[in-house]
Design a protein around this ligand. Structure first.
Ligand code: ADP
Ligand code: ADP
Ligand code: ZN
Length: 209
């Protein structure tokens, strides 16, 4: 199954994509993770992306489309995948139609007030990318999975969070209509517990954990 996870920053796309990918044994393709890795390694793409990401803006379509096209051509994508954070604009979705056949789009719906709290409390592992929320960490500052340090992402600082939400409503939310017209969109309430949200996604996909 080729699946898209759509939703505002902080909706839980990364958290749930990881769980669903583990259950279905398919790769999670997170464009945010790919871009952060490129930034860390100081590649040309990384350098280009940094100013956009730090400002809470989207990186240009042509940059991200090429990255995804190359990634989907790799062998491990043959049995399906979850796109987490792509597409984010209508031109990206149109380009994707040219090189992938999408079976299902899961929209994780969460209100803006909840998102601000989730994003400002998000902590990520510098090493493995695991995601946590300060409310669940009980003061812990290292990663439960690999022991490395947890940090706050630069673009999760309060001043950037609001521009990211604006960008979502202006540039990404139109994809809800785009995929509804194609009969692919499934809306899931993302403002419930982690397990309930996971169960709702799995039953929407008609999959068993
Ligand atoms: P996204 O990938 O959509 O930006 P994340 O999966 O990184 O979202 O989650 C954003 C933040 O919200 C993280 O701190 C995560 O721990 C927390 N979170 C995710 N899902 C839930 C949930 N269902 N309830 C409460 N907090 C959540
Ligand atoms: P979140 O999990 O909070 O939704 P991501 O980790 O997916 O954020 O993305 C972080 C940043 O990387 C975005 O704010 C944007 O600048 C850039 N980015 C990620 N995916 C895309 C995309 N498909 N198109 C353009 N920019 C992207
Ligand atoms: Zn880790």
């Amino acid at each position: 199954m080729n699946i898209i996870f759509l939703g505002p920053p902080g909706a839980g796309k990364g958290t749930q994509a990881q769980r669903v990918c583990d259950a279905l044994k398919i790769p999670q393709i997170s464009t945010g993770d790919i871009l952060r890795k490129a930034m860390k390694e100081g590649t040309e793409t990384g350098l280009k992306a940094k100013s956009y990401i730090d400002a809470g803006q989207l990186v240009p379509d042509e940059v991200i489309i090429d990255i995804v096209k190359e990634r989907l051509a790799q062998d491990d994508c043959g049995n399906g995948y979850i796109l987490d954070g792509f597409p984010r604009t209508v031109p990206q979705a149109e380009a994707l139609s040219g090189f992938a056949r999408i079976d299902s789009v899961i929209e994780l719906a969460v209100e803006d007030q909840v998102l601000v709290n989730r994003l400002s409390g998000r902590r990520v592992c510098v090493n493995c990318g695991a995601t946590y929320h300060i409310s669940m960490l009980n003061g812990r500052t290292d990663c439960e999975k690999c022991g490395e340090q947890l940090i706050q992402r630069n673009d999760d600082k309060a001043e950037t969070v609001l521009s990211r939400l604006e960008v979502y409503h202006a540039q990404t939310a139109p994809l809800i209509g785009f995929y509804t017209e194609k009969g692919l969109l499934h809306r899931v309430d993302g403002d419930q517990g982690l397990d309930k949200t996971f169960d709702a996604i799995m039953s929407t996909l008609g999959a068993k954990a």
